[in-house]
Ligand binder design. Structure first.
Ligand code: FMN
Length: 359
């Protein structure tokens, strides 16, 4: 055993010893400090991961993302995610981030936004397994503590998957998250869980399965199918922030506590207040809320009536009137634990998709 392996740091313990791990997926413009706190209120995941820090010649770690590390009072560890391909600047950024209370450093090998992958970063790098190998070698050397990787299964096919897994393994990543889609498959295709199961067999580190864990029951099924060490959940935690607590119940074999629509009304209000800021005009904030509510609406009613009305509001007062109409009129009705089929979360027209890594 080399000295490096002898002194390897272990992953932070989860909430409940022996249970599969849970993590909130990094989501640009979503998983900031305010959102992490809201999630913690309903039951924090074992791990958080920041939105990605962009790394290039002129980059400095973005202040608003640093807040999610420096002011993290959720009680759970946060990993700092980087996106970039220039080794010198990645190393410089790692050194800067290690001065903050990070649980570890994560490399993004998955972002599918064309304006990101065209720069050969994020998912774009999956076309160059040789380059990934160099980056992983450099980052492993630069990170004395935990170094983790989050990847998709390929760019437009999965031909390089094994080669990249071999690099992840050889450079001793401490944790690997696999989103079971290629970059070209974006977010809506079926998730290829057998590919995640394959990764679990190919690398020595724990693997988190990612993609479409729509409920605690789904998370459990995916864990069984993939044999992964845990789950990383993104959009379905926006829809259902109780999901991590529900996962813990499910993993313990306990009944999963259902959520009522009046609790969802309370969540919307909490999220609204937590993400509000004096510099942000009301109309802009209402539009930002629509991004979250797009997901929440998938569990409210099977016809998408809440989503229809919510997408048309232009003020805080209108927003809460719509919430009251749909969430308080039958407030003890159960919030669906799986999204209703056919109720699609889509970006609202006020949210230009080319500006983010989002849907
Ligand atoms: C709005 C949005 C922003 C995202 N931003 C990031 C990001 O910054 N870093 C990253 O690795 N993945 C990002 N992703 C991908 C998610 O982390 C996750 O891999 C993907 O949503 C699949 O998981 P889910 O089905 O649980 O949502 C983003 C996804 C969404 C929907």
């Amino acid at each position: 055993m080399t000295q490096a392996t002898a002194t390897r740091q272990s992953l932070p313990a989860g909430h409940i010893a022996g249970q599969p791990l849970t993590a909130l997926a990094p989501m640009q413009d979503v998983t900031d400090l305010a959102f992490m706190r809201v999630i913690a209120h309903y039951g924090a995941p074992d791990y958080y991961v920041t939105e990605f820090f962009r790394v290039h010649a002129q980059s400095r770690p973005e202040k608003h993302i640093l807040r999610s590390i420096d002011e993290n009072d959720t009680g759970r560890p946060v990993f700092a995610q980087l996106i970039g391909e220039d080794i010198t600047h990645l190393e410089r950024t790692v050194a800067a981030l290690l001065r903050h209370p990070v649980a570890g450093i994560d490399l993004n090998l998955g972002c599918p936004a064309p304006k990101v992958y065209k720069k050969n970063v994020g998912g774009g790098l999956l076309r160059e397994p040789g380059r990934i190998d160099e980056i992983l070698a450099a980052l492993r050397a630069a990170v004395p503590g935990l170094f983790t990787v989050k990847m998709r299964i390929g760019f437009d096919d999965t031909d390089a998957f094994d080669r990249i897994l071999e690099s992840v393994d050889r450079h001793r990543a401490d944790l690997l998250t696999v989103h079971g889609r290629t970059v070209k498959e974006m977010y809506r295709s079926e998730v290829r869980y057998p590919m995640i199961a394959h990764a679990v067999r190919r690398v020595r580190c724990p693997v988190l399965a990612n993609g479409n864990e729509t409920s605690a029951a789904a998370a459990s099924r995916i864990l069984e199918e993939t044999n992964a060490a845990g789950v990383m959940i993104g959009r379905h935690a926006i829809r259902n922030p109780w999901i991590f607590r529900q996962c813990r119940q499910q993993f313990a074999g306990e009944p999963v506590t259902p959520v009522t629509l009046s609790e969802v009304r309370e969540y919307v209000e909490r999220l609204y207040r937590a993400t509000q800021s004096p510099e942000f005009p009301e109309r802009a904030h209402v539009n930002k809320m629509k991004k979250y509510l797009n997901f929440v609406g998938q569990g409210v009613d099977p016809d998408g009536a809440f989503l229809h009305d919510m997408r048309r509001v232009t003020s805080e007062a209108e927003l809460f009137t719509v919430c009251d109409q749909h969430l308080l009129s039958a407030s003890d009705r159960i919030f669906a634990d799986e999204p209703y089929a056919g109720v699609i979360a889509r970006p609202n027209c006020e949210t230009p998709t080319d500006q983010t890594c989002s849907l």
